[in-house]
Write a protein that binds this ligand. Structure first.
Ligand SMILES: *Cc1c(COP(=O)(O)O)cnc(C)c1O
Length: 414
């Protein structure tokens, strides 16, 4: 069969090989149509925290499909979406919140950005329209999201289309001072700041401190700037706590969720909004401040069923706590890779383990990826970085074997 797919994030040079055709998933493995199995080292784009084919999520989806497959949330409710909104509010440091549902991470981010901007319109400060992010931050691939996050390596063609009035510098030395200056200089125009908490994923797993995040939250609060935390990639246990922002002990104004929200079983995302913001979206004052925004599948019943099941499992199986324990082991087993000649740096955050190779290895990366693939490992290197972001349910032996395969491959090529 010919391949008529216009693939996301896939170079034409990669298309010269026949692409693996995945027909089945089970636990941490994906199986291709030749019966080969592969470890899903990147959790299918960071989503499948519980692995594939978890019987409880599958059952919840099947049951919901037979009951109600879709009904909108414009002026209507259904039991699953009511339950999920309640549940998400209660996962936050303060539960006085309402949730906007959407389907993908970037659509939750779009909603969050528009809510932040409209909030200031609602309260008669319409000059506050800027939403800025961190240099090389990533919040999805819609144009709105590119206006807040921008990864040079991916987004260059759109540079002139999306405004970037200002950016927070990446706190390489951990120092909050330079970011404070940006916020203080532009506070009158700033509607919100949006950041990926503790780790810039798509920029290459660049890690910064919880202390920076705490100072950012304080500074935003001090200067009437909303803080949007994009937990799409880090949420639900990836960093060793439920949310990455929990490491900083902050209570963000808006929290974006996706990926792990359904553990990758259905497309569903959410922006969880503080009631102090939500309450301004009223049509009962002098002007109509209704939120005229929504996606067809906002709060999709089957998606919500998957999310409710995933949240049950995270709790019942102690996924977050187990992930935190595994993270310690991963670190121990990966640290020796730092000694290899062509390794520039090894770094960690919870169940994210990164091996950054020296820049001169760049021409070898595609071959190394292919060699690992032949051994049954689905790595997706970012630049010269190989990272592990496996399902949180991976076993000790499976994780050890994956790290060993990576080590062997690096030694072989460099
Ligand atoms: C993946 C990701 C998004 C976008 O999510 P999609 O579901 O791909 O639209 C947004 N923010 C962060 C931090 C992400 O990692």
């Amino acid at each position: 069969m010919t391949n008529k797919i216009f693939h996301p994030y896939t170079t034409f040079s990669a298309l010269r090989n026949k692409l693996p055709n995945m027909v089945r998933g089970e636990g941490i493995y994906l199986f291709d149509d030749d019966g080969n199995k592969y470890v899903d080292i990147v959790s299918s784009w960071w989503a499948c925290a519980l692995g594939h084919g978890h019987p409880k999520v599958v059952k919840a989806i099947q049951e919901q499909t037979a009951i109600l497959q879709h009904s909108i949330t414009g002026s209507l409710t259904h039991p699953n979406v009511l339950a999920l909104a309640e549940r998400l509010a209660n996962l936050m440091p303060t539960p006085d919140r309402h949730t906007v549902f959407a389907s993908d991470g970037c659509s939750a981010v779009e909603a969050a950005l528009k809510i932040a901007i409209q909030y200031w319109y609602n309260i008669d400060r319409p000059e506050k329209t800027w939403v800025i992010g961190m240099d090389q931050g990533y919040h999805g691939d819609s144009l709105g999201a590119l206006g807040a996050g921008f990864v040079d390596g991916f987004h260059k063609p759109y540079e002139k289309v999306v405004p970037h009035p200002a950016k927070l510098p990446f706190p390489a030395a951990g120092d909050f001072g330079p970011s404070r200056q940006v916020i203080e200089r532009h506070k009158d125009k700033l509607a919100a700041v949006i950041v990926e908490p503790l780790c810039l994923g798509s920029a290459g797993m660049k890690i910064y401190s919880a202390d920076y995040l705490k100072q950012l939250a304080d500074c935003c609060a001090e200067h009437d700037v909303l803080l949007i935390i994009d937990e799409v990639a880090m949420g639900f246990g990836r960093t060793g706590k439920r949310f990455a922002f929990n490491h900083a002990g902050i209570d963000p104004d808006i929290v974006c969720l996706g990926k792990g929200l359904t553990a990758g079983y259905m497309p569903l995302s959410a922006a969880v909004v503080k009631d102090s913001i939500y309450s301004t979206f009223t049509d009962e004052g002098e002007k109509d401040c209704t939120f005229y925004h929504g996606n067809t599948y906002a709060g999709h019943p089957i998606g919500c069923a998957a999310a409710l099941a995933a949240l049950d499992i995270y709790e019942a199986e102690g996924t977050v706590e187990r992930g935190a324990e595994m993270a310690e082991k991963m670190k121990l087993w990966m640290l020796p890779l730092a000694e290899l000649d062509c390794v520039k740096e090894v770094r960690f955050l919870g169940m994210i383990g990164v091996v950054e190779l020296k820049p001169e290895t760049k021409p070898l990366i595609a071959e190394m990826k292919q060699a690992l693939f032949k051994q049954g490992y689905l790595f997706r290197p970012l630049g010269t970085m190989f990272y592990l972001m496996p399902p949180l349910v991976i076993s000790d032996d499976e994780l050890k074997a994956a790290i060993y395969a990576l080590q062997q491959t690096i030694e072989e090529f460099c």
